[in-house]
Design a protein around this ligand. Structure first.
Ligand code: FPP
Length: 246
């Protein structure tokens, strides 16, 4: 399993729970869907500024397995926005060297969304400068359950030895491949993980920012990363200066 470490200027994997679209819209007397629409603009600004802020992988929570419980009109709008975002931005992202990956369950998504997802992944498959992962129809528990089921099937078919199942094999079966974020940001002041990257968050640092997502931009990302750089990460070991003392 990949475990981030290294010097303080290392390129980072940052994950963002983009929260507060509904509250942003309500404060302006607008429908919730308007908050999501402006949320797409915030996502574009943040992706554009991420590389300069020191990020090499940005993972964002676009639609959770629990978001199906929202009113049908809001679900349709989120689906539509995902499609429009990819359709409008794919060529620019591809030219900028961005590799796009979509995390989460494909079952349950409509054929037009699946087509957009596959096109984005195929078109950018050879890019390596920056990775943008959009968690869409994603839930951490669902992803772990899906991985467990896939390994159980492989074991039943005799393709793997159940005794060989370890953390690395589990990680490899997740839609994220277990790639661990260094930093998880949640906007809007809420302080929950909400079923995001449960496995991958094992050693992540958390930064909670009060800004509502539609107001977010590269300056907020830089501030979160500055705070992250102050933290000492030990990954279950002891502080670097105390290692020799045993
Ligand atoms: C949380 O705000 C946000 C979401 C559930 C969806 C995030 C989606 C976007 C930013 C739109 C772009 C998406 C993609 C995939 C391109 P909320 O509605 O829960 O806000 P609230 O807590 O204030 O009600």
């Amino acid at each position: 399993m990949q475990r981030p470490d290294g010097p303080s200027d290392a390129r980072l994997h940052v994950a963002i729970i983009m929260d507060g679209n509904g509250r942003w819209a309500r404060a302006r007397g607008l429908p919730r869907t308007a908050g999501h629409k402006f949320g797409v603009d915030a996502l574009k600004r943040t992706v554009e500024g991420a590389s300069e802020a020191g990020v090499s992988t940005l993972t964002v929570f676009g639609f959770s397995t629990e978001n199906w419980r929202r009113p049908g009109s809001e679900v349709s709008e989120l689906m539509k926005l995902m499609k429009i975002y990819v359709e409008n931005d794919l060529e620019r992202l591809a030219r900028d060297g961005v590799r796009v990956k979509i995390l989460g369950r494909r079952e349950g998504l409509s054929p037009d969304i699946l087509q957009v997802i596959e096109r984005a992944e195929t078109r950018t498959a050879d890019n390596a400068a920056f990775t943008l992962q959009v968690a869409f129809n994603y839930g951490g528990q669902a992803d772990i359950a899906d991985a467990a089921r896939a390994l159980a099937r492989a074991a039943k078919a005799g393709e793997i030895d159940p005794e060989a199942i370890d953390e690395d094999m589990m990680a490899g079966a997740l839609s994220t491949r277990g790639e661990a974020p260094d930093l998880i940001i949640r906007t809007s002041g809420e302080r929950r993980l909400s079923n995001f990257l449960l496995w991958e968050a094992a050693y992540a640092e958390f930064v909670f920012q009060d800004v509502l997502w539609p107001d977010y931009g590269p300056q907020h990302l830089k501030a979160a990363i500055d705070e992250f750089r102050q933290r000492e990460r030990r990954f279950g070991a002891v502080e670097a200066g105390k290692r020799a003392a045993g």
